[in-house]
Write a protein that binds this ligand. Structure first.
Ligand code: SAM
Length: 285
């Protein structure tokens, strides 16, 4: 903690509010963030865990409220992040474990929860550069899949995730949990199918769509020199014709056995690491 942070924190202890009642209106508002409508209206979402909250604050995400368990009081890292929250104009709540459980809907909640402002990026501002890889997801439904894909895209060095059409919310509690913090590391764009098609035509990127009926083995594709967008289909229905037809390549991951397809997050991981392997191989040549 810097001296300034310490002054901010200790000088404004009054700003740390103690809450033990489940019916406290601030707690009710925070609990309401489990609803998409309330997240949209307030432009905020919940993230759990001390490390994750610290990383998000370090990365410059705007924190509105920090909630920590009484048992975490006095821990240096908790004090540091509390000081930063106050210094940035946020609210700090010290709550009972019962309150924290009800906020996170868990029996054994994390000691720290942060309420952050959403950050959606505009697809029209995205100008992909050579060597960059993006994942575009058509109507992804499952929060666990989306969270896993954001986490994997981060780990594979991708530059962003584009949500196409009506997708599950990347800022839901379940998705944020599944990203393990990567939701704070990668830009997330959203677009209708029409907007995505228009953007991809003028973006200079090659769109590699994955399809069970794809004509090309995914290992034979050249993922350079153009930037690449890996376009993945919906869990139930796969990619619609309009998106599949507009892609530069239609890739298939050859399978064995009885399964008719791979899970969406698994297929995305296979594609991301193939693109990465390919880029790394070319870099070392
Ligand atoms: N019943 C759907 C269909 O007919 O496409 C299955 C969708 S699959 C669970 C979800 C997405 O993962 C697909 O749209 C595709 O993008 C990708 N995928 C899964 N297995 C694949 C494979 N073997 N080859 C290419 N893409 C695959």
């Amino acid at each position: 903690m810097t001296d300034q942070d310490r002054r901010n924190f200790t000088g404004r202890v009054g700003q740390v509010k103690e809450v033990t009642s489940l019916s406290n209106p601030i707690i009710k508002d925070i609990k309401a963030l489990t609803n998409k409508k309330d997240r949209e209206e307030t432009g905020t979402f919940l993230a759990e865990g001390l490390k994750l909250v610290i990383d998000a604050v370090e990365l410059g995400w705007a924190i509105r409220t920090l909630v920590y368990a009484k048992a975490a009081k006095g821990k240096p890292l908790v004090e540091q992040v509390a000081a930063k929250t106050i210094a940035r104009g946020g609210l700090v709540l010290e709550v009972s474990e019962k309150v924290l459980s009800s906020v996170t809907r868990r029996d054994n909640p994390q000691m720290v929860v942060g309420i952050f402002e959403h950050q959606w990026k505009r697809l029209s501002d995205l100008k992909p550069a050579s060597g960059e890889t993006f994942v575009a997801l058509d109507r992804v439904r499952d929060p666990g899949n989306l969270g896993t894909i954001i986490r994997t895209a981060d780990a594979a060095g991708a530059s962003g995730v584009i949500l196409v059409g009506e997708c599950t919310d990347p800022f839901s509690l379940e998705t944020v949990r599944a990203t393990m913090g990567s939701v704070f590391a990668l830009p997330i764009y959203r677009a209708t199918a029409e907007e995505f098609l228009r953007w991809s035509k003028g973006s200079g990127a090659q769109v590699v769509a994955t399809h069970l009926a794809g004509a090309v083995d995914y290992r034979t594709i050249d993922y350079r020199p153009k930037p690449t967008v890996l376009l993945m289909g919906n869990e139930q229905s796969g990619l619609p014709e309009t998106l599949a037809r507009a892609a530069d390549r239609l890739a298939r991951i050859p399978q064995q056995g009885r399964a008719d397809s791979l899970n969406l997050a698994v297929a995305t991981a296979v594609m991301l690491f193939e693109a990465r392997r390919h880029l790394l191989t070319l870099e070392t040549k």
